[in-house]
Design a protein around this ligand. Structure first.
Ligand code: AHR
Length: 623
């Protein structure tokens, strides 16, 4: 090489190094000097081949661009677990302050994510969760619900609920595609006039979808609608229909709903797709929560499940306008009207304290009413709040049904309603979001713990169940989740069940009644909350029985009183249900008033405790 060329090459390398660039595994990356920035966020993406994932990275970059003190470093795992593990190590070597990861394989990346979290680097998991809870926050869509929305949309488009649907399953076999398909089927199965066939596609690309649909010449003659679980595939299908002169006859529904030319919303506006179901990436939320986590702010939940919308030509412009909505925050103090269930349990008292303290911390005006477990009283309180023109109404409902009328009144008055702790059955547009626990999972955890710790010996394991209040979400779901695991284990059976209303006296009464009418023949008590379990313990002891020893007792909540009972050897396991909903609730209200779209569900962190850790945990237990 000539001397001058050599000098030029050396100079270029020096500039390259000076700017912090290096080549690693064929990828050019830029080292970020931490003195320039406050936080470096590493993003490990499963692959950058799927349009949805590219959109996720773009959204993260765009949101991070609003904060001059944040840098994003990304890595593409090319769908390889081994590469993704190495990517995470490499990002840690860069000195990232927080990791955002969308794992390409949930179970095989669980350990890596847990290691990072335990090393003290906060982790946000996106789209597909890992196993267990060793991460700070999970953000993702509800794919089953997206499928359901697709099903409802199909029924609506097939006026009269009749016709043949062709479902195009992009990236067939993936969890996402299965969940969407199941959700879709759960709706159309109620319409006997609807028939469905499935075409599995290996990927989510437009051209292969075009080829597959174009080749179905004969079959298409009988099809009235195509449901594609991704917009690129839907677009490919539309083009094939157009080339077969069938675009007028067969309607196409897609999923994703991105904005931009030839993306889902645009295709709907142009009339190429009849509708699309949005599947938000959560990139924006990830950056915002990352900042909350890094700044150690309160109110960060454990799971955020994002909302999806059905976009038709008629509401597409409105949808786009809502995305650009300006902040409604005018600096006023926010007034919140809170309708609480009652005071039935220690959990409830801790929950009320948490709400009141958080309202003070977030400088909000809180109007609070305890409903004494009466729906009538709760409805009266909601009507009062409507009259008083509060900014937001929050309801922790005693039962799931019977709220439509009063919620419509709130909607007409323009007051958003947030569900806290418990959910209701009501029109989707009547409430804004749900903040609380995953009761189904609590039920599953209770039974999983039991099957690990109480093994069948002679005969079946006999379970007595004390349910909460009839018609309340925690009752329904704790029962359902428990049963889901129980039915996979035929040696366990529920021999008796009754309601204890979530109160100490209620639990005690269920056991007394059982003892008075049966010879004691129960191995396990599964109680839907701690107060009822403690009442049950008193009744058992009064009849000379040995709770925690002869009878294994599992309950839900994990209050301080439950820990004490575990230390005393009377209770065996407590599945956590956190009452500390105040901070995430107030944070969500503040975001909502500032014009941000509310996620579908905001779920709190929960664990399972037993006698082995009770002594340690009780020391710092807040409730
Ligand atoms: O809705 C949450 C449940 O209600 C708690 O588990 C129970 O203790 C409470 O009263």
């Amino acid at each position: 090489m000539e001397k001058r060329t050599k000098l030029l090459v050396i100079l270029l390398i020096m500039v390259f190094v000076f700017l912090g660039y290096r080549i690693y595994n064929g990828v050019i990356t830029q080292t970020v000097y931490k003195s320039d920035v406050e936080y470096v966020i590493g993003v490990s993406q499963a692959n950058m081949r799927e349009a949805w994932r590219v959109a996720l990275i773009n959204e993260i970059q765009e949101e991070a661009g609003k904060y001059p003190n944040i840098r994003i470093v990304t890595a593409d795992a090319t769908s390889s677990v081994e590469k993704q593990e190495k990517d995470v190590d490499r990002l840690l070597d860069f000195g990232i302050d927080l990791l955002i990861i969308s794992p390409c394989d949930s179970s095989r990346l669980t350990k890596k994510v847990a290691d990072v979290y335990q090393e003290g680097v906060p982790v946000i998991v996106m789209d597909r969760s890992v196993e267990g809870f060793d991460y700070n926050l999970f953000i993702g869509p509800d794919n089953n619900l997206i499928g359901k929305q697709g099903g409802e949309c199909a029924v609506r488009l097939l006026e009269g609920g009749k016709g043949k649907i062709l479902e195009l399953r992009a990236t067939a076999g993936s969890l996402q595609s299965e969940e969407r398909s199941q959700g879709f089927d759960s709706v159309i199965r109620d319409y006997p006039g609807i028939e469905k066939t499935v075409c599995d596609l290996k990927n989510d690309m437009k051209d292969p979808a075009y080829d597959a649909v174009f080749a179905m010449e004969e079959e298409l003659k009988r099809v009235s609608l195509i449901f594609a679980n991704n917009d690129s595939v839907a677009f490919g299908a539309y083009e094939a229909l157009k080339d077969r002169n069938l675009a007028e006859k067969i309607k196409v529904i897609g999923c994703d709903g991105f904005t931009g030319e030839n993306e889902g919303v645009d295709l709907v506006r142009k009339g190429k797709l009849a509708a699309t179901i949005s599947c938000p990436t959560g990139g924006k939320e990830a950056v915002q929560y990352a900042i909350n986590i890094l700044r150690k702010e309160s109110g960060v939940p454990k799971q955020v499940i994002l909302r999806s919308h059905t976009i038709y030509p008629q509401n597409a412009s409105e949808y786009l306008a809502a995305l650009d909505r300006e902040s409604m925050d005018d600096g006023r103090r926010i007034t919140v009207g809170y309708s609480q269930v009652g005071q039935e349990s220690q959990w409830r008292l801790a929950n009320t304290r948490s709400i009141q303290e958080a309202a003070r911390e977030f400088h909000m005006e809180l109007l609070f009413d305890s409903g004494d477990q009466s729906q009538k009283k709760q409805i009266e309180a909601i009507r009062r709040y409507i009259k008083e023109k509060v900014d937001v109404i929050v309801v922790s409902p005693v039962v799931e049904t019977g709220w439509d009328e009063v919620l419509k009144e709130a909607k007409e008055a323009g007051i958003p309603v947030v569900m806290s702790d418990r959910r209701i059955e009501a029109g989707e547009d009547l409430t804004t979001t749900y903040i609380g626990a995953d009761f189904l999972e609590e039920g599953r955890r209770a039974m999983r713990w039991l099957k690990e710790h109480v093994k069948p010996e002679q005969g079946n394991v006999r379970i007595l169940e004390i349910q909460g209040s009839e018609g309340a979400t925690p009752t329904e779901e704790r029962k359902k989740g428990f049963f889901e695991i129980l039915k996979e284990n035929p040696r366990y059976e529920i021999v008796y069940t009754d309601y204890g209303d979530f109160t100490y006296d209620g639990g005690k009464k269920v056991i007394e009644e059982y003892i008075n009418s049966h010879n004691w023949d129960v191995d396990i008590i599964y109680s839907h909350n701690d107060d009822m379990a403690l009442g049950a313990i008193e009744a058992l002891e009064a009849h000379g029985l040995n709770p925690g020893k002869d009878i294994t007792i599992v309950s839900v909540d994990a209050t301080k009183e439950a820990f004490q009972a575990m230390i005393d050897g009377k209770l065996n396991c407590a599945v956590e249900c956190s009452p500390l909903l105040g901070p995430p609730l107030m944070k969500a209200i503040r975001d909502m008033v500032a014009g941000k779209e509310m996620p579908l569900r905001i779920i709190t962190e929960e664990k399972v405790y037993d006698q082995s850790d009770a002594e340690t945990v009780i020391k710092n237990r807040e409730y």
